[in-house]
Design a protein. Sequence first.
Length: 439
Amino acid sequence: MIEKGAKIAPPSGKLGVLMPGLGAVATTFIAGAFSARKNLTEPIGSLSQMGTIRIGKRTEKKIPLIKEFVELAGLSDLVFGGWDIFEDNAYEAALKAGVLQREHLEPLREELNAVRPMPAVFDRRYVKNLDGPNVKKATSKWDLAQMVMDDIRRFKEENHCQGLVMIWCGSTEIYMGEGDVHQSIEALEEGLRRNDERIPSSMIYAYAAVKMGIPYANGAPNLSGDIPAMVDLAKENRTPIAGKDFKTGQTLMKTILAPGLKARLLGVEGWFSTNILGNRDGEVLDDPESFKTKETSKLSVLEQILQPDLYPNLYGRLYHKVRINYYPPRGDNKEGWDNIDIFGWMGYPMQIKIDFLCRDSILAAPIVLDLALFMDLAKRSGMYGIQEWLSFFFKSPQHARGLYPEHDLFIQKTKLKNTLRYLKGEEQITHLGLDYYYD
Ligand SMILES: NC(=O)c1ccc[n+]([C@@H]2O[C@H](COP(=O)([O-])OP(=O)(O)OC[C@H]3O[C@@H](n4cnc5c(N)ncnc54)[C@H](O)[C@@H]3O)[C@@H](O)[C@H]2O)c1
């Protein structure tokens, strides 16, 4: 148990942010961080940079910025690195991803050119619709993990980093359930040595990071770090881990809207969600096996928020369907439609329609920044294992066995801020507020 107000080691020197996958999300994040550093744009959407936190009673009016309240690494202290199966540097990859316009990338060209991907751990078996030349070769997965660790050591030395975090920004792998090989550190290490096929590429990166005591957050729905072996390793090495799947776009909307409908005890009979998107992520998700991983992540949200077992008359018959359609003309500018069939007083039906013309990577980029800074904070605070307080950022929050995950965005936000208050030895805010009215 972390003590309330326990000493937090201050951030010092450079913090290396290592990302397997330098695609749309990663390059949009890196470009935005460089742009904010040059005061060209604001870090919009980032809780760590723009968010505030109330301390004490409302009458005290003490509401500092989060980044002034807790000891976070500064934007200017970040250095970026990563791996990809393509050789493009971050400038070229950002241009190809087509999220940011050339005119916004040009002033950042020099910095972005310097971020070059290291050769990836990759196997097409796990991402069927992708292939590229920048890939490591080794006879065993164990050796591949050692090569990733060597990359990390080299990166740390060359960039004079004091701290490191790893955030998975790579593609969604095929759906995979838990097996024996995932149950203990010994089984996982043995599996790496004999090339067990239930160890996908993302798990090799996660193993390398956690083995070295580097915080690991998973931005995709891949099983990756969400296995008992990785949780045990994270505890053993005093390393924070978190996941899975950045909460953006349609699922973000769901976790904003569904808690509101439930709060007012409005029934939901059906929720149909469909998307068109044309980026590389969309292409990968066009493979049914990768889509299944994403679908599982997206479907779990409503069930957990609406709790049909507790409210069978309101949510017991809910029909929930999610579709993703690869449609190249849209690029990263996804369009997501939701049709929600709800019912109210005396069972009268109503409908809600959402048409969200969203930019996926624009919503994901600030999450990468916040996760990098909060995971580093967690490490410096002595926190380790699953960081459930960072559920705010994920579609399928990783959680302890025997618990159900918390999906409601507003509960997640309260949890996150209360954790920061706790770390700093401040009182929790319960929103009771009776003391304003009675002595
Ligand atoms: N954009 C969003 O809003 C969002 C939201 C939630 C989750 N995600 C997930 O984040 C991930 C990144 O999304 P994106 O839009 O940047 O996709 P992208 O296809 O543009 O980028 C992913 C990159 O990862 C690389 N890659 C794949 N396997 C790799 C490996 N084993 N090692 C190193 N690199 C590898 C690919 O070559 C590609 O460049 C995806 O898994 C996506 O599902 C994205």
